[in-house]
Design a protein around this ligand. Structure first.
Ligand code: PLP
Length: 383
């Protein structure tokens, strides 16, 4: 049976480069020196990308992004601690839920999901509650693609003597993060977003100070970041079977990222995002103001035409006819839907998206909406 690749425009998993996928053809023993070398290479490449040489260590953990976040929270927040979780989307909510499941008395601030986290409110919270031990937040909230001010939040936390645990799942590799400029304590990312690898492994980047602290928070074997770190440092091995093929592909993906550079990768995503905005205009509009928009994904709203999940299901099904796959879920608080800008996106897919939107919205236009100006579908648009 011949199968066609789907045109994947979701914020993870992504359309992968063939070179990255090719690495998964090789079967390697997980405790063999050649695999230890690959693991060490992955760890080094990540530390180089974040400028953390000498002060940080990258610890790969089996499992997707959520596993990495839960591992970081389980390893660096004790039951007696009082973390502050700053929330402006579903991934911030998820961090809070993970802490609550561990019986930790977390406090939280919730802001609208189409705005950046409010610095002044975080400052007030830290000043009025000296018991707070950590600030936990998401750098790029993939719910809407809104970017939070990582530098200001980390600086504020440091001034208050508070630790930072950051979900940088969808920003690492696509937006510059330098540990020399932003002295975070713990930052988590995963293989399948801007690193452009397959899903299945997450990376906890922790300061050596945090790793060497004797805090004994962990009541889990698989989520114990320090224990995994000690194993890597001792003999280069994972404690239990790693997803070898995925780690191999990640090594290649990280090499490609190092060559392209984070800044250029971010620019590539931004130009895809802007091309999607042009292609879907005037049927849909970006939810976010330009200055808070990330390059990695685009949240769109389409008034009355896409108002319920059922409406989005219809658009989704229509796009599938064109082999295009966007994120399936409508974000109800903002009535927005998402299109990913990461990965190996072919400009032809955006052209197809334009044609598909035109067909769909011309057939489903609500009576209140003005009719769009006629477009010549064969006129090429600049990317
Ligand atoms: C994708 C994502 C996650 C979750 O990652 P999974 O691999 O789905 O577990 C967490 N936080 C953010 C910001 C993400 O974009």
């Amino acid at each position: 049976m011949t199968r066609q690749h789907t045109f994947l425009m979701t914020p993870g998993p992504l359309a992968l480069n063939d070179e990255v996928k090719a690495e998964m053809q090789y079967d390697i023993g997980s405790r063999d020196p050649s695999f230890k070398k690959i693991t060490a290479r992955v760890r080094d490449l990540i530390i180089d990308l974040v400028g953390g040489q000498g002060a940080y260590s990258a610890i790969p953990m089996q499992g997707g992004g959520s596993y990495g976040i839960e591992a970081a929270l389980a390893s660096f927040v004790a039951t007696s601690d009082r973390p502050l979780v700053c929330i402006n989307g579903i991934y911030g909510e998820r961090m809070l839920r993970m802490l609550q499941l561990r019986g930790i008395h977390a406090v939280s601030i919730t802001a609208p999901s189409d705005r950046s986290l409010p610095i002044a409110e975080i400052a007030t919270c830290l000043e009025s509650d000296p018991e707070i031990t950590h600030v936990c937040f998401v750098h790029c909230e993939t719910t809407t693609g809104v970017v939070n001010p990582i530098g200001s939040i980390v600086e504020l936390a440091r001034q208050n003597g508070v630790r930072t645990i950051i979900d940088a799942m969808s920003s690492f590799g696509g937006m510059e993060i330098s540990a020399r400029q932003v002295a975070f304590d713990v930052l988590v990312t995963s293989s399948n977003k801007c690193i452009e690898g397959p899903p299945g492994v997450s990376f906890v980047i922790a300061s050596l100070e945090m790793l060497n602290s004797n805090a004994d928070c962990t009541n889990s074997f698989v989520l114990d970041v320090r224990d995994q770190w000690r194993s890597f440092e001792k003999n280069g091995e994972w404690r239990s079977t790693p997803p070898t093929h995925i780690v191999q592909a990640c090594a290649k993906a990280l090499e490609r990222l190092a060559i392209e550079g984070v800044v250029r990768r971010g620019e590539r995503y931004s130009s895809v995002r802007d091309a999607i905005i042009r292609a879907t205009d005037p049927y849909a509009s970006p939810l976010l103001k330009p200055h808070v928009r990330s390059p990695v994904c685009l949240a769109l709203t389409a008034g009355d035409v896409i108002h319920t999940q059922k409406d989005l299901d219809a658009l989704y099904a229509h796009l599938v006819d064109y082999n295009l796959y966007i994120y399936t879920k409508l974000h109800l608080p903002t009535r927005s839907f998402r299109i990913g800008c990461m990965g190996s996106i072919d400009p032809m897919w955006i052209r197809l998206l334009e044609i598909a939107f035109e067909d769909f919205f011309n057939a489903n236009r609500s009576v209140q909406r003005p009719s769009p100006p006629p477009k010549d579908r064969f006129v090429e648009k600049a990317m």
